[in-house]
Design a protein around this ligand. Structure first.
Ligand code: KG4
Ligand code: ZN
Length: 323
C-alpha cells in the first residue's frame, strides 16, 4: 500500500511516499527556516507564503523520486493539526483537492502523534527485523519547538496523553535561552554543540519538578537565565557556555526523570522519543544510559526524521487506513 504524506504545519513543506507504513520510497523536505533566522523565530506569514510556493514542486518530486505516479497511490495523508493555521491550510487544501480529484481516501493526521511514529520508518527496501522496533503499548515522549508531552501509546490509533508542558515547550526554551544570550536561531543545535565542550563549572539552574504529575514547565528556568544574564552583563563565550550547559543539564534531567516514571508506572519496557529536541546529543546519551540500567529500550528516530517530515505522516496513516 503506497500512501502519500503531506506535512505543512510550520516552516517545512514536506511530501513523502511510504509503502506499507514502513518503507520510505521518497521523502522531500523544503524549509523556509533560513528566512526566519534574522527575526529570531518563525514568522507565520512568511512560512505560509513559502508553503504555497513549494507545495506543488515538493509533491511532484516525491512522486518522481518514488517512481510512483499520483494515480497509483492508495491514499493521501496530511497533517491536520497542531501548527500554524496558515501553513496547515496550504497542506490541507492541497491534500483535500488531490484526494477529491484522484478519488483516493484522505487521512488527516495529528502532527504530534506522527512524530512518535518516526522510529518505525526505514529507507531500506527490505524490512528490518521486527526486534528493532518497540512493541505496543509503549511510552512516547514528544519534545519539539511546539510540544513537550508524554503519551501512553496503546496502538497507532489510541494515544493517551499522560502529561504536557504547562507553559513553554522544551525546544522553545532552547530557542529563547539562545535568544537571550544572542546565540542565533534555532537555539537547540547551537546549545547542543556549545555544551559538549564543558564538564565542570559552578552554575546550576533548575526546572520546576511538578511532583506527582507527568507535566513539565520550562518558562521558570528561561526567566532565571534571563535575570542571571541581566545581572551579569558582558559575558564572554566561556561564561555563556557554562550557562547553556547548566540549562541543558537541567532540561535533560527532568525529561529523563518523567520518562522513567511513566515507564515504571505503566510497566513499559520501551520508550519512543520524537520531535526536534530528540536530536539533542545529551538527551540521547542520558536517556539511553538511564533507561538501559532499568531494562528499558529507548528508540530515537534517525536525525533527519527528528525534524518535521512527511514520511512520519504517511507512515502512521497506514494504520489508520487499515483500521
Ligand atoms: O520538531 P520541530 O521541527 O518543531 C515542531 O514541530 O515544533 O523541532 C524544532 C525544535 C526547535 O525548537 C529547535 O531548537 C529544536 O527543535 N532542536 C534542538 C536540537 N535540534 C533542534 N533542541 C535541542 N538540541 C538539538 N540538537
Ligand atoms: Zn514537528
Amino acid at each position: 500500500m503506497n500512501i502519500l504524506g503531506i506535512e505543512t504545519s510550520c516552516d517545512e513543506t514536506a511530501a513523502s511516499i511510504v509503502k506499507d507504513g514502513r518503507w520510505i520510497r521518497s521523502s522531500v523536505v523544503s524549509s523556509s527556516l533560513g528566512e526566519h533566522k534574522k527575526y529570531g523565530g518563525i514568522i507565520p506569514e512568511i512560512a505560509s507564503r513559502r508553503q504555497l510556493e513549494a507545495i506543488n514542486i515538493v509533491v511532484r518530486r516525491a512522486s518522481l523520486e518514488a517512481h510512483c505516479g499520483l494515480p497509483r497511490l492508495d491514499a493521501i495523508a496530511v497533517t491536520r493539526a497542531p501548527g500554524l493555521i496558515g501553513s496547515l491550510l496550504v497542506g490541507l487544501s492541497f491534500a483535500r483537492a488531490l484526494s477529491f480529484t484522484l478519488r483516493k481516501p484522505l487521512i488527516e493526521i495529528d502532527h504530534v502523534q506522527a512524530h512518535l511514529y518516526a522510529p518505525f520508518l526505514t529507507d531500506a527496501v527490505k524490512e528490518k527485523a521486527a526486534a528493532g522496533r518497540p512493541g505496543l503499548p509503549t511510552i512516547g515522549l514528544i519534545v519539539s519547538g511546539g510540544h513537550t508531552s508524554l503519551y501512553l501509546i496503546k496502538s497507532w490509533t489510541d494515544f493517551k496523553l499522560l502529561g504536557k508542558t504547562r507553559d513553554d515547550a522544551a525546544g522553545e526554551a532552547f530557542d529563547k535561552v539562545a535568544r537571550i544570550l544572542n546565540l542565533g536561531y534555532p537555539g537547540g543545535p547551537v546549545i547542543d554543540r556549545m555544551a559538549r565542550h564543558v564538564s565542570d563549572h559552578p552554575l546550576a539552574f533548575n526546572c520546576a519538578e511538578l511532583p506527582g504529575t507527568y507535566d513539565f514547565s520550562f518558562s521558570g528556568i528561561k526567566t532565571a537565565i534571563l535575570y542571571y544574564h541581566q545581572k551579569n552583563k558582558n559575558q564572554d563565550n566561556t561564561q555563556k557556555t557554562h550557562i547553556v550547559h547548566a540549562f541543558q543539564e537541567s532540561v535533560v534531567s527532568i525529561l529523563v526523570k518523567k520518562c522513567l516514571a511513566a515507564c515504571r508506572d505503566f510497566k513499559s519496557h520501551s520508550l519512543i522519543v520524537g520531535g526536534g529536541v530528540a536530536a539533542n546529543s545529551r538527551l540521547r546519551q542520558a536517556l539511553g544510559e538511564a533507561a538501559i540500567s532499568r531494562g528499558i529500550k529507548v528508540f530515537f528516530p534517525p536525525l533527519n526524521l527528528c525534524m518535521d517530515n512527511a514520511a512520519m505522516v504517511a507512515g502512521i496513516a497506514y494504520h489508520r487506513l487499515k483500521n
